[in-house]
Design a protein around this ligand. Structure first.
Ligand code: NAP
Length: 148
């Protein structure tokens, strides 16, 4: 299977996920702060919650046909508490603002320092309303040896 995944954000999660995909022969486009043409059909947002909106806005005109994956935990890392109300989520807010995007929530329960590296087949939870987007993303995850 030859796939192309784009990861925006070269931090702990971005680097860890890239190595998982690359180990399985999946090509990864790694984007940092410089805006680039997106090559992957699947675009993983490996950036902090507070950078999500501005990043989606920057790339909005390139995201129509893409599958966008939000992995963020909207936390205040000083207090370890959510910055959102209990009935809100980062993906819900993105979906409300950009209802046309094919949005998935995944990997926010995978930790770059432990579960992502501890086993060969980390378990990933995949959520979203777009069944075909979930199916396409799940196929790439399975090709990269993740468990669903
Ligand atoms: N760490 C975990 O175990 C873990 C687990 C599950 C989910 N998450 C989620 O994964 C996301 C990334 O976490 P992380 O631990 O990888 O954080 P991190 O190591 O701090 O990396 C964040 C990366 O995002 C980049 N970035 C920030 N704003 C950006 C922007 N506007 N455009 C492009 N890149 C930008 C940073 O670039 P600079 O280096 O230039 O600042 C940095 O490379 C977060 O939403 C977090 O909640 C993390």
């Amino acid at each position: 299977m030859t796939e192309y995944v784009t990861i925006i954000g070269n931090g702990k999660m971005g680097r860890t996920l890239a190595s998982y995909f690359e180990k399985s022969g999946i090509s990864v486009q790694k984007i940092g702060r410089q805006v680039e043409d997106i090559l992957g059909k699947i675009v993983i947002l490996g950036i902090p919650y507070d950078a999500l909106e501005e990043t989606v806005a920057l790339y909005e005109d390139q995201l129509d046909e893409k599958i966008l994956v939000d992995i963020s935990n909207p936390l205040d890392y000083q207090t370890k508490t959510s910055v959102l109300a209990d009935d809100q989520s980062s993906s819900l807010l993105l979906a409300q603002k950009y209802p046309h995007l094919r949005l998935i929530k995944a990997m926010n329960t995978n930790f770059s320092s432990s579960r992502m590296t501890a086993g060969d087949h980390p378990l990933v939870l995949v959520a979203g309303n777009d069944a075909s987007a979930k199916e396409a993303f799940s196929a790439v995850l399975q090709a990269a040896n993740f468990q669903l």
